[in-house]
Design a protein around this ligand. Structure first.
Ligand code: PMP
Length: 401
């Protein structure tokens, strides 16, 4: 009998994430008593708000632990519409509560794609988009900008070109604010992309997970909703990023046309039966409470600190960061240089590795987002750690020849 591979081909091809390898190197440094500046992980720190914690505690104490509606708590679905400013546009039947925003993405791919249908991503896709699409038996394709001068943002013309080549495309996924680039698509850019999707009868899926973290007084450029667009718009969000310490609560949501929301609910009724009920109460407390802008203000000041000190970083062009907590560093000018030990910097993996080994600075290499030549710096860290890490990175980069 022919030996068969024990693991399915589509799952076997997933690469362990580079970020995890860096994490291990960082842990080894810490164990040796060396400094580590961890700008690798995309997670807010600081205390969990007491009202969020108490809501989950109360749910357990009161035994609210029966199976729930697979679409999620009705109260939470209603509140999510208020939180997103969509209360007049949709009813709770359009909202599906999920185990993190990740499951909303997975629900979307599984619910709209037949095997081998194409899904289009923007130019620097967040690390899990591709594995989630592949696990859904869809075929991921990245839309590259013809003009790379607009900080990797793609235009309606870029999207149209890809859609014309791909009649089997089912959806276009836009991440704005963008992890990893920290860029934000403005209202006109969102509208132009949305129009192309509607024209081609392709879903416009908007991952807006960082949408409260906008700087310089910006408002969130949300997609137009009317009879023409509503069947095609899917919005994905959750509590993981816009609050402190909430990533592990694992609650996200999607808002979509009723037929799609019903399909997603049906789907998840068979695989999770909906997310943990006490976690949903925690999320309800988070989005019902008046939003505390303290986190945004703290991150904005961190963003400013990086901007003020950018000139100290030789060979680095620090991109402006209008939103999110990611600073994107163009390090292409460092390629080909050598460390004092003679190690050549061939790509951004080598530069990330060098910064960690010599300076203890953990970053995420652009290769994890299919863009070699860049580093992603998560600045959701205490300000003194950020300042010390920039000093350490600047010294290490200055030693490259
Ligand atoms: N989308 C983006 C752009 C993200 O950065 C993340 C998390 N890093 C997710 C989705 C997944 O979010 P969650 O942790 O809520 O599943």
């Amino acid at each position: 009998m022919k030996e068969r591979e024990r693991i399915a081909a589509k799952i076997r091809q997933f690469q362990p994430s580079l970020t995890l390898q860096l994490k291990q190197l960082a842990a080894e440094r810490r164990a040796r008593g060396l400094a580590v500046y961890d700008f690798g992980l995309g997670e807010t720190k600081g205390p969990l708000a007491p009202h969020i914690r108490e809501a989950a505690e109360e749910a357990y104490r009161e035994g609210r632990t029966f199976y729930g509606d697979p679409a999620g708590l009705l109260e939470l679905r209603q509140q999510v519409l208020d939180w997103l400013g969509l209360a007049g546009q949709y009813g709770p039947e359009s909202v599906v509560i999920t185990t993190g925003a990740k499951q909303s993405l997975f629900n979307t791919f599984l619910s709209v794609c037949n095997p081998a249908d194409c899904v289009l991503f923007d130019s620097a896709p967040w690390v899990s988009y591709q594995p989630l699409a592949v696990a859904s038996s869809a075929f991921p394709v990245r839309v590259q900008p013809a003009d790379r001068g607009n900080r990797l943002k793609i235009t309606a013309a870029d999207l149209r070109l890809h859609l014309e080549e791909r009649p089997d495309a089912r959806l276009f996924l836009l991440n704005s604010p963008c992890n990893p680039t920290g860029q934000l698509y403005d209202a006109a850019e969102v509208e132009a992309l949305l129009r192309v999707c509607v024209e081609h009868r392709v879903y416009f899926v908007l991952d807006r997970l960082y949408w409260r973290l906008l700087y310089d007084g910006r408002d969130y450029p949300a997609p137009r909703l009317d009879d023409e667009t509503r069947p095609w718009v899917v919005q994905i969000d959750g509590i993981s990023k816009n609050f402190r310490r909430t990533g592990g609560i694992r609650i996200g949501w999607s808002v979509a046309a009723e037929d799609l929301a019903a399909a997603m609910t049906n789907l998840q009724s068979h695989y999770t039966s909906g997310p943990s009920i006490p976690a949903q109460y925690a999320a309800l407390a988070a989005v019902r409470h008046p939003y505390n802008w303290e986190l945004r203000d703290y991150l904005e000041a961190n963003r400013d600190l990086i901007r003020e000190r950018a000139a100290e970083l030789p060979g680095v062009e620090v991109w402006p960061t209008p939103a999110s907590f990611y600073s994107f560093w163009d390090v292409r000018a460092c390629a080909g240089k050598r460390s004092p030990e003679g190690v050549e910097m061939r790509d951004s993996n080598d530069i990330a590795d060098y910064l960690l080994r010599t300076a203890g600075v953990v970053t995420a290499s652009g290769t994890a987002f299919m863009q070699d030549g860049y580093l992603r710096i998560s600045f959701a860290v205490p300000r003194d750690e950020l300042a010390a890490g920039i000093t350490a990175a600047a010294e290490a980069l200055a030693a490259l020849r």
